[in-house]
Design a protein around this ligand. Structure first.
Ligand code: ZN
Length: 218
């Protein structure tokens, strides 16, 4: 499980198109409740293949759209899904939550916001996250992802490699999450209960660090 840092596509990789995985991908597994899903190699969430992003057509590794956004920060529609990720994601200073956990939290929030009994608590968490964007504005001059993209594009290769973005996270808009959640369907329903977030995040992290073990057949 490698952590995510704000990055942009530079040089030859900047023109490499990201493609959707084929539905016949052998890594995909059918679930009884929904469409074919794959596991995001970064945050560990299961996403339908239609929402997964792979670096190339042959790659068996997939990322969810949130995790993939970290390598294309500030790009308008980096995965050709017709979603304006540049304006739907803002930069916040949240050093205490790593980017992969932050993305898991976003997926959990999206489910909880749909649930009448958890909505209010989920809104509070969402608002707290959004408040942290102002720290980015004060400390770094902007909370807009394209501004960071522009700044990183201006750096030499050496400076880019040394960039310190360790405390920066992307906060995705509730509207974007609502749209994604509609496509994900019920497969993240276990996150509906806010009380279980810590437990679920820890078990997902264990799965990503230690591998599936006995819990999930390979
Ligand atoms: Zn992910």
């Amino acid at each position: 499980m490698k952590d995510l840092f704000l990055s942009i596509r530079r040089g030859p990789s900047a023109v490499a198109a990201m493609r959707r995985p084929k539905a016949s991908n052998p890594e995909a597994s059918a679930s009884s409740t929904g469409p074919l899903t794959v596991r995001c190699e970064s945050c560990g969430i299961a996403v339908p293949t239609a929402l997964a992003i792979s670096a190339d057509a042959e790659s068996k590794k997939h990322q969810c759209e949130l995790c993939a956004s970290y390598s294309t920060a500030g790009e308008k529609d980096s995965s050709n899904r017709g979603r304006d990720m540049a304006t739907q994601s803002l930069v916040a200073v949240v050093p205490e939550i790593c980017a992969t956990d932050m993305n898991l939290l976003h997926w959990a929030l999206a489910v909880a916001l749909e649930d009448p009994s958890e909505r209010e608590r989920a809104m509070q968490v969402s608002q707290r996250l959004q408040a942290r964007m102002y720290d980015a504005k004060h400390g770094y001059g902007s909370m807009r992802a394209p501004a960071y993209r522009e700044a990183m594009g201006f750096l030499s290769d050496g400076e880019y490699a040394m960039r310190d973005v360790t405390e920066l996270r992307l906060v995705f808009s509730p509207a974007l999450m609502q749209k994604l959640q509609a496509e994900v369907g019920q497969s993240h329903g276990e996150f509906m209960n806010c009380d279980r977030w810590t437990e679920l995040t820890q078990s997902t992290r264990r799965l990503m660090v230690d591998g599936p073990g006995d819990a999930e057949p390979k």
